[in-house]
Design a protein around this ligand. Structure first.
Ligand code: NAD
Ligand code: UD1
Length: 340
């Protein structure tokens, strides 16, 4: 039995492949490398000493997907493949609806044709919109402000409907908070295209000298130091959460939305100071205006993941910064460095 990992060459996918292989699972990876490089998968092999099949295929390519299901004994799908840039999704919404929604629908149809009815889906805390903290799974969802977030919400709706119609499906909707960090080997990590829009990769590139200074988006929020608070989760903890979610969907017939977060928040300034401590350098920053759409405080109620999956994060902010710095300083140009 093998687990099909869509988008397995990406940031979270590659770290999850490592943890699945470490847990002795068989995996098959499908990725179109739209936002990743096959190099990441070679490094997964290097870290784990294990081999697996990988296919360059778009999940909207129905025939391509069918061949993968024909050639492999797949029993569960972890579905990471998708576009994730919030700003871009506002500029070219159709690209996001096409890739994320149509891609997922075709994948689900092929799964159904092959009788594969277990899925672990990459959702996001963004589905909660502007809500009461901590975000708990029973809160309302759908009050989302951008097309990217809406694709996550709509896919959650589709999966709920599929389960409603056929209780033989087993589906985990994993709502990630803010994944950061890198594998502790420094061999795989986040490899953003162009100038990063998220905090941690931006801080790391300032530390390594690729970017001049960070702009802190507002210091007048009603938080302890005035800067935005988020629930950061180490990508290895997140990956382990997926291994546990696969176990869960294999052993239950269910549809469950589950938060994957640490349950505590850190401010932008706390992140900057933790990173400075780890890299031994000053992170140059200035305070700018708030970023439109940003909320002051987001953190998870993490109890359901603990109750259902036995999952709890173990890697703290220092570890997240340490592993990010290790990856960034060893690979200042990400995976591209290898190509030169
Ligand atoms: P990523 O861009 O690094 O990985 C996504 C992978 O999917 C890439 O390798 C990309 O090439 C591949 N892909 C995209 N469209 C595809 C298609 N049509 N066919 C085949 N492959 C395709 O992103 P990530 O940070 O690893 O995120 C993984 C998933 O988790 C995404 O669905 C994302 O929306 C979701 N998510 C991410 C975050 C985050 O902060 N990183 C937060 C919440 C949810
Ligand atoms: C952002 C997306 C969210 C998506 C998530 C994926 C927006 C509005 N939200 O979340 O939908 O699911 O990424 O990881 O784009 N910050 C700075 N300076 C920077 C960058 C960020 O001060 O250059 C601050 C932000 O204001 C925020 C915190 O750092 O308070 C974290 O920001 P970020 O890493 O972009 O994540 P989110 O905004 O939580």
């Amino acid at each position: 039995m093998a687990i099909l990992v869509t988008g397995g060459a990406g940031f979270i996918g590659s770290h999850t492949c490592v943890e699945l292989l470490n847990a002795k699972e068989e995996i098959v990876v499908v990725d179109n490398y739209d936002n990743s490089l096959p190099e990441a998968l070679d490094r997964v092999r290097q870290i784990t000493g294990r081999d697996f099949r990988q296919y360059q295929c778009d999940i909207r390519d129905r025939e391509g997907l069918c061949r993968i299901f024909q050639d492999n004994d797949i029993d569960t799908v972890i579905h990471f493949a998708g576009l994730k840039a919030v700003g871009e999704s506002c500029e070219v919404p159709l690209k996001y609806y096409d890739n994320n929604m149509i891609g997922t629908i075709i994948l689900l149809e092929v799964m159904k044709d092959f009788g594969v009815k277990r899925m672990v889906f990459s959702s996001s805390a963004t589905v909660y919109g502007d809500n009461i903290v901590p975000y708990v799974e029973t809160l309302s969802t759908g009050n989302v402000t951008n097309p990217y977030g809406r694709t996550k919400y709509f896919i959650e709706c589709i999966l709920k409907d599929i389960y409603g119609a056929d209780h033989n499906w087993s589906i985990a909707l994993l709502r990630y908070f803010n994944p950061i960090g890198a594998h502790e080997s420094g061999l795989i990590g986040e490899n953003p295209n162009g100038i990063p829009s998220n905090l941690m990769p931006y801080v790391a590139q300032v530390a390594v000298g690729k970017l001049k200074e960070l702009v802190v988006f507002g210091d007048d929020y009603s938080t302890a130091d005035g800067t935005g608070v988020r629930d950061y989760i180490h990508v290895t903890d997140l990956a382990i959460g997926h291994v546990k979610a696969v176990d869960y969907v294999r052993n239950h017939r269910c549809l469950e939305a589950i938060n994957l977060g640490s349950g505590r928040g850190y401010s932008v300034l706390e992140v900057i100071h933790a990173f400075e401590k780890v890299c031994g350098k000053k992170i140059h920053y200035r305070v700018g205006p708030r970023r439109p759409g940003d909320l002051p405080i987001i953190y998870a109620d993490a109890k359901k993941a603990e109750r259902l999956l036995g999952f709890k994060t173990t890697r703290d902010l220092d570890k997240m910064c340490k592993d990010t710095w290790n990856w960034q300083s060893k690979n200042p140009n990400g995976y591209e460095q290898e190509k030169k």
